[in-house]
Design a protein around this ligand. Structure first.
Ligand SMILES: Nc1ncnc2c1ncn2[C@@H]1O[C@H](COP(=O)(O)OP(=O)(O)OP(=O)(O)O)[C@@H](O)[C@H]1O
Ligand SMILES: [Mg+2]
Length: 221
């Protein structure tokens, strides 16, 4: 069982409205309060950069750097990660458009930001994502799949191979007299991938259910 992942220190430089910020944290939950525009969501966005991708707002990096900053933004975090303590530094140098985000792990440049997922997985649910509750079940399934990915990194590959196979199958079925051998091969592949994916989702649901039951019986999440 991997130990509990937590953020112990967060330092921001030229990030949105923060010229410089240092926060010490522990394993307890955090509630942020403050006036509109105080910078609460900006903090969440900074934390979202501890996962690959463009973060909570999917903003252009030039907009993330503080207005008037001379040289991009940086986020530094000390994390009790899945492989033990790790220091993460990420940000951009300069403010020109289209540049990618750099990453350092324990001071050493990482090859890609994907290496973050060896240490922690960050998940968010924001009001902007309310479509998750009202929209199609496929969106909810995709959200569940992001959770599953934190248990099983192979899950993403299986999900995209399954989608690809399903598209081939639909294409084939729209043909006049589809080749039965080809159809069988595709369906066999889909069945194999589908069973693995269903099992991984069930395992995740089991963990979530146990978590909810534990919190209802007075334990902590
Ligand atoms: N690149 C930037 N440089 C400087 N300030 C910025 C930058 N981007 C956003 N801001 C400022 O950040 C503030 C918004 O911060 P944020 O969205 O975190 O507020 P909030 O506390 O979440 O507010 P609310 O309660 O309305 O959700 C605004 O005042 C905005 O001017
Ligand atoms: Mg906000």
């Amino acid at each position: 069982m991997p130990h509990k992942v937590s953020l112990t220190r967060l330092k921001l430089t030229d990030f949105r409205n923060y010229a410089a910020l240092a926060l010490d944290l522990d394993q307890r939950h955090v509630v942020l309060t403050g006036e509109n525009g105080a910078g609460k969501t900006n903090l969440m966005e900074a934390i979202s950069f501890l996962s690959p991708g463009r973060g909570l707002r999917r903003a252009a990096y030039a907009d993330v750097a503080r207005v008037g900053a001379a040289d991009g933004f940086s986020v530094f975090a000390a994390v009790e990660g899945m492989e033990g303590p790790v220091e993460i530094g990420t940000g951009t140098a300069g403010t020109e458009e289209g540049q990618s985000r750099r990453l350092r792990l324990n001071g050493t440049p990482a090859r890609t930001v994907d290496e973050l997922t060896d240490h922690l997985r960050v998940l968010w649910l924001t009001p902007a994502m309310d479509g998750l509750f009202t929209g199609p079940s496929s969106d909810r399934r995709r959200f569940l799949d992001r959770l599953v990915l934190s248990l099983d990194p192979e899950h993403g590959r299986r999900a995209s191979e399954f989608d690809r196979a399903m598209r081939s199958r639909n294409r084939l079925l729209s043909e006049f007299r589809p080749d039965p051998a080809w159809l069988t091969a595709i369906e066999r592949e889909m069945a194999g991938l589908g069973v693995s994916m269903a099992l991984a989702r069930l395992e995740m649901l089991g963990l979530l259910t146990a978590l909810v039951e534990r919190s209802q019986s007075g334990g902590t999440l």
